[in-house]
Design a binder for this molecule. Structure first.
Ligand code: GRF
Length: 190
């Protein structure tokens, strides 16, 4: 049976684009919805250009109601993919989809995870700590956010003159290459 994935993203959506492209003609995986917390997020344009339904979240409903959970259940959602989604996932959503929410984080967790560690902040912190390598982590989301079970990690080295920007580019390349494959693998195990 075809598996339905729902992507949550807050911004540009370049990872979402790679996931859309990867599964475009798949008979096993369907992207049924793209959810954002921000009406102006470019990821929503990407969804529309690919005729994928979209949903913009209302903060109160997201944290208080059950509407979203009911909607996701009624759509037979098999997996929720967080691809640069900046809001904390409420406990009731995690409970409603146990082991069915995965996130990508732009560092080698448990290093450089947790509060405030997103986007360029992560790369700046990595460089400031004189790390020799960084990378990406794809993990299951539990109540402790960046601490769920790790599904995949991929590393890259840090050059002497590395900047947060150049490291960000290396990390994006790893994400584009491995995130869609990790999603496919994770779904095939279910
Ligand atoms: C990615 O680097 C991801 O690791 C992080 O947010 C970024 C999203 O980038 N969680 P994009 O919106 O997919 O371009």
């Amino acid at each position: 049976m075809i598996k339905n994935i729902v992507i949550f993203a807050s911004g540009e959506g370049s990872n979402t684009q790679k996931i859309i492209d990867y599964f475009r003609s798949s008979e096993k995986v369907n992207i049924s919805l793209i959810v954002s917390n921000k009406a102006s997020a470019n990821v929503l344009n990407r969804a529309k250009n690919n005729t994928i339904p979209t949903l913009v979240l209302d903060r109160d409903l997201f944290y208080k109601g059950n509407t979203l959970i009911e909607e996701l259940k009624s759509m037979q959602t098999d997996l929720i993919v967080l691809a640069g989604f900046l809001w904390m996932i409420p406990e009731q959503l995690i409970k409603a989809f146990p082991n069915k929410i995965i996130n990508i984080h732009p560092s080698l967790l448990p290093k450089f995870g947790g509060k405030g560690m997103y986007g360029t902040n992560v790369h700046k912190a990595v460089i400031a700590s004189n790390e020799k390598e960084s990378g990406i982590t794809i993990h299951i989301v539990n109540e402790q956010y960046d601490e769920g079970k790790i599904i995949a990690q991929h590393a890259c080295s840090i050059s002497e003159n590395e900047t947060a920007e150049s490291l960000g580019e290396k990390i994006h390349k790893l994400e584009y290459e491995y995130f869609p494959k990790a999603i496919e693998f994770f779904l095939s195990e279910k």
